[in-house]
Design a protein around this ligand. Structure first.
Ligand SMILES: C[S@@+](CC[C@H](N)C(=O)[O-])C[C@H]1O[C@@H](n2cnc3c(N)ncnc32)[C@H](O)[C@@H]1O
Length: 392
């Protein structure tokens, strides 16, 4: 068995258990982060990885007092060969969560470390790949990783230094789901890296965080997160959420509700999107009504033309970093360059080749763009790309 690779598990079990073991350099980032707390002079320190896998996080710090738990029996057999047997627990760490279960005294200074599993039981659950989250009632969340964060609060951890998706913090709806954890812990440090550093994760890249939290009765608010300066692994850039302007509040991203107008007056719809990743992945304009179709009108057509341009031409190297955000936008740019985005959309999107000329003429007249068959699309693309690079 390998410490950094869950090779002993078939793919479906690896997904169910979230068994993607952590590469050494990320483990070392965690060691760097917890360094100031490990030599606590006043209290006995205990390090605990409650989703320990094959022990990637504990091999380097066996000299400290530690605990390690995992649900995977084979991983635990391996752990028992390499660690003190009484410190290894074969258990579901989200059930009957309390310090006594692991013989950790209430006075100990508890530091949680590791890379707990993250998988959203609703996302791939449909095709049966992901299992259920069986846990204490108060820890339940549809994403097992959120349950793990909550379990650290239940253990009354003093410090938490774990890897988790950045989206837990920067999407407000996710942030709220952290409940007691966000109300009792404060983010001290955060360093972002790409999920591609993990062996065997899918092709969709997403940002993961090496996070350091301290127990704090004031907790943290979403405003704290918006203004937090995150570092980026191997990069001098930093990431501050409030620096990004997104289309939220400017461009509607949802299909009509029951009582809203369902039919587009110009027979055009735009496929719904949740964030930049899904905007890039999903279809764009379409001419048929569809449950996932946002209604496009003559008046808002330029905004969806902008989104189509963004989908087609915005490809920064570090796109994975912004993928979980709503699409980025500089509103003034879009407002001042409606014709550019509209022209680009109607000249390059295949839907408009099949559309009746009367609608196209209406759009062209409304936005005062010419039907110029000889238009230089390369030049247009260059101009748009030049504008889009300024988004980040
Ligand atoms: C992402 S892996 C990380 C393993 C190890 N900490 C590392 O970084 O190499 C997550 C681990 O959590 C374990 N796991 C998943 N659900 C669990 C649960 N409810 N209780 C305990 N362990 C669990 C899996 O078996 C897997 O070994």
């Amino acid at each position: 068995m390998q410490v950094n690779l869950a090779e002993h598990l078939p793919k479906n079990e690896r997904i169910q258990l979230g068994s993607y073991y952590t590469p050494e350099r990320l483990v070392h980032r965690v060691y760097d982060f917890i360094q100031p707390y490990v030599h606590n002079k006043k209290k006995k320190v205990v390090l605990f990885d409650s989703a320990g896998g094959c022990g990637a996080f504990l091999f380097g710090i066996k000299q400290c007092d530690y605990r390690i738990a995992d649900r995977d029996l084979n991983a635990c057999k391996f752990l028992k060969q390499h660690f003190e047997q009484q410190n290894v627990f074969h258990t579901n760490s989200l059930i009957e969560v309390n310090r006594a279960k692991y013989f950790i005294s209430s006075s100990a200074f508890l530091i949680m470390i590791g890379n707990p599993p993250y998988n959203d039981t609703t996302s791939e659950f449909k095709n049966g790949a992901k299992g259920q989250n069986i846990c204490d009632e108060d820890l339940y969340d549809r994403d097992i990783g959120v349950s793990f964060l909550k379990s650290y609060h239940k253990l009354n951890a003093d410090v938490v230094c774990v890897l988790h998706p950045l989206s837990y913090l920067i999407k407000e709806s996710n942030f709220k789901r952290l409940r007691d954890f966000k109300d009792n812990y404060k983010l001290i440090k955060g360093e972002i890296f790409s999920s591609t550093l993990f062996h065997g994760t899918g092709t969709g890249k997403f940002p993961i965080l090496v996070s350091l939290y301290e127990k704090n009765a004031d907790g943290m608010t979403f405003e704290d997160i918006r203004n937090f300066r995150f570092n980026i692994l191997d990069n001098d850039k930093t990431f501050v959420l409030s620096n990004f302007k997104t289309t939220d509040g400017y461009i509607n991203k949802y299909p009509p509700r029951k009582n809203d107008v369902q039919k587009s007056p110009i027979g055009l719809y735009y496929y719904t999107f949740r964030d930049l990743n899904s905007l890039k992945k999903n279809a764009s304009f379409r001419t048929k009504e569809h449950p996932n179709g946002i209604v496009v009108t003559l008046e808002n057509f330029y905004k969806y033309s902008y989104l189509y341009s963004l989908k087609s031409l915005f490809n920064p190297e570090d796109a994975w970093l912004y993928g979980n955000l709503s699409p980025l936008v500089h509103i003034e740019d879009v407002e001042q360059n409606k014709e550019l985005y509209v022209s680009y959309a109607i000249k390059t999107n295949k839907v408009f080749k099949e559309m009746g000329n009367s609608i196209l003429r209406k759009i062209a007249e409304f936005y005062k763009v010419k039907f110029d068959k000889t238009a230089d699309i390369d030049k247009m693309e260059k101009t748009i790309k030049h504008r889009l690079v300024k988004l980040v």
